[in-house]
Design a protein around this ligand. Sequence first.
Ligand SMILES: [Mn+2]
Length: 575
Amino acid sequence: MAGFCTRGKLDTALVNRFASDRVPVFLMQTIVIGHKNPDMDAIVSALAYAELKRLTGVSGVVAGRCGTTNERIDFVLGKFGFKAPAFFSDVRPRVEDVMDRDITFARFNSPVYEAMLQIGEKKFRGLPVVDDNNRCVGMISGFKISQYLFPDLHELGSAREVQASLSDICKTIQGHAVSGSLDSNESSYVLRVAAMHSSTFRDRIGELDLPRTIMIVGDRFDIQLLSVEAGVRALVVTGDLEVGEDVLELAKTKGSTIIRSPHDTATTLLLARSAVTAGRMSYSDFESISPEIPLEEAKHSVALSSQFAFPVIDENSELLGILSKSDFLKPVPRQLILVDHNEMSQAVSGAADVPIVEILDHHRLGTISTETPILFLNRPLGSTSTLVATCYQQAAVPIPPAIAGILMAGLISDTLNLTSPTTTDVDREVMKDLSRIAGIDPGTLANEIFSVGSPLLTLSADQAILADCKEYEERDLKFSVAQIEELSFSHFPEKRDALVDALEEYRSKHHLLFSALLVTDINTQNSFLIVRGSELYTKHIDYPEIGTHLWQMDGVVSRKKQLLPYLSNMLGRMA
Ligand SMILES: [Mn+2]
């Protein structure tokens, strides 16, 4: 941009570029998200429920996850043509969620007049100042500009000086050169108004610093001529009045620039002073903020600062937005729908700081409380996938075949293909429907899923204990229970010691009473249980102890319905 515009509008292409770089956040974003360390059911129910929302006309819905997928999940997503849900490490509101992206700014090399127009029009207290690479290099305040235009009494001498280019001065007064060149290099000029009698003027002109002088005058030809003769840098003729022919002739040889201004002398003088660049008026010791900072953290530093607004900049100092104190009052444009969990300890980081508007689950009730009434669907079914399928039926929305496929996978994984004691008649009915819609036999799909990526074979011990690990809190005691499903125990002996060690490392790192891992053979429907933790607790385990920290649990396949109630009951016995 050339650096001047009369209407005070800045480069809209540039502003639009800022605005389109990131997702427009004025839209409410609803994230459908499963628990940490997501399993198949958490991933596919998020995808399928988000799709149901879209199919029923809700906008801004996105399926999310807060952990990595495993080989089995990737296999199922690939088979039915889905991408993994969007990853969210933390959903806490950040600066970028509420900042103003429609940025008004001043350019470093543009006249401050332009900034004044913006400040006046938008009623801002000031503006960020950017360089040619859109990097924020300073801040400019309305207060500082007014101090410059109306200096203190003891600084009145400076009131006639202007640091600007002749070209910017000409543009700012909306004038045009009728003779000589318009230098675009910034220089220090002295503004003079020739109001005195020509004889007085003649006596005094010699005292002036002529190469720096810009003489402002009306159609007083004698003064015009005297000025050019003396060698002023420029002559500004106000009110669009005439310039004498002989003056124009002389200016050519003397090298003075002659400018005609459409405004009267008083206005011309004021405008000429505001040709000073915004960069000259800006201060560089300003506070900026990064878009990723959580709002809670930003609140503190913003509250303590006297700065009127905060430029939001990226790692290259590029200006992305403006954060004002009032932005903290904006509603956060993000809300959550939790699927396959209802305990805060299992939810995505930051969930407590974002409204939860729905919960779809099939687990025990945990620790969540909400500020407003919400849709809370918790049914003791085999999987959340089953519940999501019933939601489609209730909404009378036909389940797309690919959605039916992934819901089958969620149901198969959670119920070990309808064999777990958690399986209900509803699960069996829904499986039939899904199988018909997807055109796939559940047994065939189950074999495909479980033969992919044995966790014991494909994961390290550290990864295996985390793959499907859930943390619980009960009676102020924290513990974790993970589960691995295998087609046989054939890989267990070789991994056993490493799993026992990894589990203890995890327990102590997370300060848990105990950490448990259930390794289930889905063919024989038996499990091994590894528990690391206080002996005050583990001594109550009355299943056959077949090794150090290792118990055999025949017929136990469900963490939720069999193992968790058992472990929880023992907590009571400890007390
Ligand atoms: Mn589940």
